[in-house]
Write a protein that binds this ligand. Structure first.
Ligand code: PLP
Length: 350
């Protein structure tokens, strides 16, 4: 029996697909697949340092940025243990779940501070209070742009907060989607590392999104050298596989692909925003490769109906109700989605 191919718009992948240059680089590397990837890892670290304007000692490769998130949690838990302190992780709610999942698996308490109800922004005061009320080390996991809202956090108050935090407060900034940001007011945490805003800052980034290499599993952390050394102690040795390393290097050299990738997502966003405007469905200002939009009803029912029409969207992100997270696929894919969404309006479903 033939199974119908689903249109997957639910995992914030880049369905443009890998660059041809990346595929070729992987094929070319197969002849040395029996070797450890030391040279390729070294080349990648050097390249990442260069594009970020930092030294190589300020870079830690991850098997996807997911690994970097895990190592930061583990490193701080160990540091707290060694110094006889307690440790907790504080996250906005909702946000990307991995920091919470890794912390929970280590029995580290996770404090969830709801986004501000009127704007879906981080509640700086609430987040800080959760740390101030705690006698021990706190790690804030902050995703900018945030997932699932796709919105960025206002730079000035964010920077002021990070710069003035006490020594027992640590910041893990997840910038998985920063390459999509078009708001000029955005400032990357990488700049803050360079400015030595605080020693307690780690920024993680990934090649899974704009570079379309989610399956190759390559991400990285940027922080000051002693922080990187502490993180590296918890990172798997040789964590970046050969294919991933050469694919990233080739993609970073492929300016045409990177431009096309960004253009594609921007075009898809415009198409979806125009449709949502037409249908009177509200959405948050997307600065990422996904958009958080209203569905005029229960998200679960909407998701099930979309799936019946061959499209995987959403999921629910409690405590926010009535909003679905939609990945911006290729313009052709979004045309299919838009057609179905408009048919839902005719049926009175959205
Ligand atoms: N961070 C955020 C905010 C994400 O949304 C994702 C994946 O969707 C990741 C990290 C995971 O990235 P990686 O593929 O580099 O592990």
């Amino acid at each position: 029996m033939l199974t119908k191919q689903l249109l997957e718009l639910n995992s914030n992948e880049n369905s443009l697909g890998m660059a041809d240059s990346a595929k070729q680089a992987i094929l070319d590397s197969l002849r040395i697949g029996f070797r450890y990837p030391d040279d390729q890892r070294a080349a990648l670290i050097s390249r990442i340092a260069k594009i970020n304007g930092v030294t190589e000692s300020e870079v830690s490769l991850g098997n996807g940025s997911s690994e970097n998130i895990r190592t930061v949690v583990q490193m701080l838990l160990n540091f707290a243990f060694k110094t006889g302190k307690r440790f907790q992780v504080i996250v906005p709610d909702p946000t990307f779940a991995y920091a919470e999942l890794y912390a929970s698996s280590l029995d580290v308490p996770v404090i969830k501070v709801p986004l501000k109800p009127e704007s879906y922004d981080f509640d700086f005061q609430g987040l800080q209070k959760a740390a101030d009320d705690f006698d021990g080390i706190s790690l804030f996991y902050l995703c900018n742009p945030n997932n699932p809202t796709a919105t960025i956090t206002s730079t000035a108050p964010f920077k002021h907060w990070v710069a003035n935090a006490p020594a027992n407060h640590y910041f893990l900034l997840d910038e998985a989607y920063s390459e999509y940001v078009n708001d000029q007011s955005f400032e990357s945490g990488v700049e803050w590392v360079k400015q030595q805003l605080t020693a307690n800052l780690i920024v993680v980034r990934t090649f899974s999104k704009l570079c379309a290499l989610a399956g190759m599993r390559v991400g990285y952390a940027i922080a000051n050298p002693s922080m990187i050394a502490a993180i590296e102690a918890f990172t798997s040795i040789d964590n970046t596989n050969l294919s991933g390393a050469v694919a990233v290097l080739a993609t970073l050299d492929d300016e045409g692909f990177l431009a096309r990738s960004l253009h594609n997502t921007n075009q898809s966003r415009q198409m979806v925003e125009a449709t949502l405007d037409e249908l009177g469905l509200s959405y948050l200002p997307s600065q990422a490769n996904f958009i958080f939009h209203e569905v005029n009803g229960e998200v679960k029912i909407y998701m099930d109906r979309m799936r019946e029409y061959g499209i995987v969207v959403g999921r629910e992100f409690p405590p926010i109700e009535g909003f679905s997270r939609l990945t911006l696929g290729t313009p052709d894919e979004m045309a299919v989605f838009i057609k179905v969404l408009k048919s839902f309006r005719q049926k009175g479903w959205v």
